[in-house]
Design a protein around this ligand. Structure first.
Ligand code: C2E
Ligand code: MG
Ligand code: MG
Length: 740
């Protein structure tokens, strides 16, 4: 036990010596390097002063003794060489060698400790200051140059004897050690916990985003490792932050760029929308407004009428639809050409518009007021919304008639255009657009039949009339096959000789149930249903054949006048007429083609060509109903005409109107100046006859001499030769009245 304790104490003592050497290592290093013998001797003397140490020696790196102190009480002791005591040890190790001294017989522990330095012991360039800095620097701890050895000779007997002293020392030292241990523990704990709490703080700061720069911490390797790891996190956060900032900047750049782009796009879009709206408005105008009059067209009108009718139904108020058709517009259009026709329509539209207050109709969705529309051609419509009583529509219709009754001046010429107006009321006459329109149209049609320039309210009786017309159409289509058509002849009389100068062929329809139907009633229908060509050709054929027979029978009728419809007078007409004449073998001079003023004034260039073709065939050409159209004198002179027929409307009642008298005289003068033969039709009285005769009209036609007669009667008339006598009578009557 004592031995073990001795061993333990011996070890601790040796360790203590070892520690002391290590503590003085800097002094050793400097003293050895600079061969400071004083310091070296002091060092060995200090060690040797210990009871247990009999000798202390210092060697340089070559193993040469640079200082040696031997306890004088043990001066007999031998000191074997360094090689011997370190023989079994590596140069870097601390060596313990136990030996019994040969000379003194005392037992020793020979302790040798290597002393290391940073500076090479062979390098002589280093001064003391630099060497001190070097060996105290951090790197010096890893130095591995030999500075030399410290050697202590520990006497075991002395050591054993010194144990008690040592124990006391140890006891004293123990308290110190405990205190030191406490201090060391505190220091250690402080050293350990301080970096840890710094780490915790750093970790917290990182997690709160407060720490963005790297930090440095000294401490254990774990602490350094963690701090390195945390620094990596800080670094990665910082780089991430930088990345985010860069990204943000890029993003805001892109956002700005995109915003500019978008606002440009937006502007472009707005412009496109505006253009689209303008285009839409233009389209709407084209689709909904009539280009000539700028009034709503049929489509716009019917769409809006539907809406108005629904509202009227819902609010239980009445509405009136006025359907307006201009009388004889086609004739004016044909006579004057389309430009003048257009001007006329525009003027009519303006006048009609001025008669209808905007408040009469406000369209619901647009708020715009369009009470009037151009329905098509020469047709207009007016809607009167919320009328208080049916008569209000009549009042407006009268206003419209009045407005149009004023002459219209186009190209310095005066025209009077009259309308026919049909009125249909909602809901009485219909509550949907189509029905109302149909009924207003029916009423208008009846107004026309009533003599035009008037208005009519729709009534269901009109439907009957329409049914009758439908029947008429059907019957007319079959009239030819049923041989219900026949020609009547009205003689034309030479005012001087009383001879028959010719005869006009007038078509008659002998209806199986209705008796004779006037051409005034059915020619227009034949034109509308498209059979006028067939009908006209039949008339021509019959007339030519009849004329041939008159000639063969030597009857005194030099020529036959045949009425030709505008629809019949087409490009093919000349060829067809030529065929008929050839077929019948008739002298073409015996046929007079009667064309109305409207026909020849429509498309003058075409007319001239067609008239020339007829002249070349050899037939004669007459302008029928002259005075009712709008012939231009300059054009008339260019047509290859033979005859002018003064319309009967100027003859009848001419003596009661100065205007008519002067008109007849003007026509006569015109005919003479153009070197045309003049025929006056509708002569019913002797006065008319005498007036015309006196003013140079050569041929007359009228009831005064004969109504149009069926073939049989006309045949008899031709044989009786009674007109010279009649003329004699009239002339003698005149003489008698003059004498009286
Ligand atoms: P228009 O060619 O002017 O024929 C003269 C019309 O006046 C005839 O009527 C005739 O009967 C009538 N009239 C003759 N003298 C007198 C008179 O003294 N007083 C009165 N108030 N009237 C008289 P109508 O036969 O009824 O023919 C009417 C119209 O029908 C014709 O007028 C002509 O435009 C047309 N028309 C007749 N036959 C044909 C035909 O075969 N083809 C074509 N396209 N039209 C025809
Ligand atoms: Mg005629
Ligand atoms: Mg006539």
């Amino acid at each position: 036990m004592v031995k073990t304790e001795y061993q333990a104490r011996k070890s601790r003592l040796i360790e203590s010596f070892e520690h002391q050497v290590k503590s003085a290592v800097h002094q050793f290093q400097i003293a050895i390097y600079f061969r400071d013998t004083t310091v070296l001797e002091q060092l060995t003397a200090n060690f040797a002063r210990d009871n247990a140490i009999d000798y202390a020696m210092i060697y340089d790196h070559t193993g040469k003794t640079v200082s040696e102190t031997i306890d004088p009480a043990h001066s007999a002791v031998s000191t074997p060489s360094l090689e011997i005591v370190r023989n079994d040890f590596d140069g870097y190790d601390t060596a313990y060698v136990t030996r019994t001294d040969q000379l003194t017989n005392a037992n020793y522990v020979d302790l040798t400790l290597p002393v290391f330095t940073l500076a090479s012991p062979v390098d002589t360039r280093i001064n003391r200051k630099k060497y001190t800095d070097l060996i105290t620097s951090q790197e010096a701890k890893q130095s591995r140059h030999f500075a030399g050895y410290m050697r202590l000779g520990i006497n075991e007997q002395q050591l054993r004897g010194g144990i008690t002293v040592f124990a006391r020392k140890v006891a004293t030292l123990g308290g110190g050690i405990v205190l030191a241990s406490i201090l060391l523990a505190w220091e250690t704990s402080r050293r350990i916990t301080k970096p840890l709490s710094k780490l915790v703080k750093a970790a917290e700061d990182i997690s709160h985003g407060k720490l963005d720069t790297k930090f440095s911490l000294t401490g254990s390797s774990e602490v350094r490792e963690i701090s390195t790891y945390l620094n990596m996190i800080v670094e990665s956060i910082a780089s991430h932050k930088t990345q985010v900032e860069v990204d943000n900047q890029l993003l805001s750049l892109k956002v700005n760029e995109r915003t500019t782009e978008l606002s440009e796009r937006n502007e472009e879009l707005n412009r496109a929308i505006e253009e689209a709206n303008q285009a839409k408005n233009r389209m709407k105008q084209l689709a909904y407004l009539d280009s000539l009059t700028s009034l709503p067209n049929r489509r716009f009108f019917t769409e809006q009428l539907e809406t108005l009718l629904q509202t009227a139904k819902y609010r239980q108020h009445s509405l009136a639809l006025l359907f307006i058709d201009l009388d004889n517009f086609k004739r004016i259009n044909d006579s004057l050409g389309h430009n003048a026709g257009d001007l006329l329509l525009k003027e009519c539209a303006a006048r009609l518009s001025s008669c209808v207050r905007a408040s009469d109709l406000t369209y619901l969705d647009t708020g715009e007021t369009y009470p009037i529309s151009r329905f098509g051609g020469d047709e207009f419509t007016v809607v009167l919304n919320q009328i208080d009583q049916p008569e209000s529509a009549g009042t407006i219709a009268e206003r419209l008639l009045e407005a149009l009754s004023q002459p219209i001046i186009i190209d310095n010429q005066e025209f009077v255009i009259t309308p026919s107006i049909g009125i249909a009321l909602a809901p009485e006459h219909g509550s949907d657009c189509q029905t109302l329109l149909k009924h207003a149209d029916t009423a208008m049609y009846h107004a026309k039949k009533q003599g035009k320039n008037s208005y009519q309210y729709y009534s269901s009786d009109m439907e009957q009339a329409d049914i009758a017309r439908l029947q008429l159409e059907t019957d007319l289509r079959k009239a030819l096959q049923r041989e219900e058509l026949e020609l009547h002849y009205q003689p034309q009389v030479d005012v001087v000789t009383g001879e028959i100068a010719g005869a006009e062929v007038l078509l008659r329809w002998h209806h199986s149930k209705k008796g004779y139907i006037s051409p005034v009633e059915f020619i227009a229908v034949a034109e509308e249903i498209g059979i006028i060509g067939e009908l006209g050709e039949w008339v021509l054929e019959q007339a030519c054949e009849q004329m041939k027979m008159f000639q063969e029978d030597n009857l005194p009728v030099p020529q036959l006048s045949v009425n030709v419809s505008s629809l019949q007078f087409n490009d093919d007409f000349g060829r067809r007429l030529q065929n008929i004449i050839c077929r019948t073998g008739l002298d073409p001079q015996a046929i007079v083609v009667e064309l109305t003023e409207g026909i020849i004034m429509h498309n003058v260039h075409e007319t001239i060509a067609r008239l020339r073709e007829l002249r070349d065939i050899g037939v004669r050409l007459s302008v029928d109903d002259f005075g009712t159209g709008y012939s231009s004198l300059s054009y008339l002179s260019r047509f290859p005409l033979n005859e002018l027929k003064i319309d009967k409307s100027f003859i009848i009642d001419f003596d009661k109107s100065k205007n008519k008298t002067s008109l007849v005289l003007a026509i006569i003068a015109m005919g003479k100046s153009l070197n045309l033969e003049l025929v006056a039709e509708g002569i019913e009285t002797e006065e008319q006859f005498l007036f015309l005769k006196e003013n140079g009209v050569r041929v007359v036609q009228g009831y005064l001499f004969s109504k149009p007669l069926p073939m049989k009667d006309f045949h008899s008339l031709l044989k009786s030769h009674n007109f010279p006598e009649k003329i004699q009578e009239i002339s003698s009557d005149k003489r008698a009245s003059k004498v009286a």
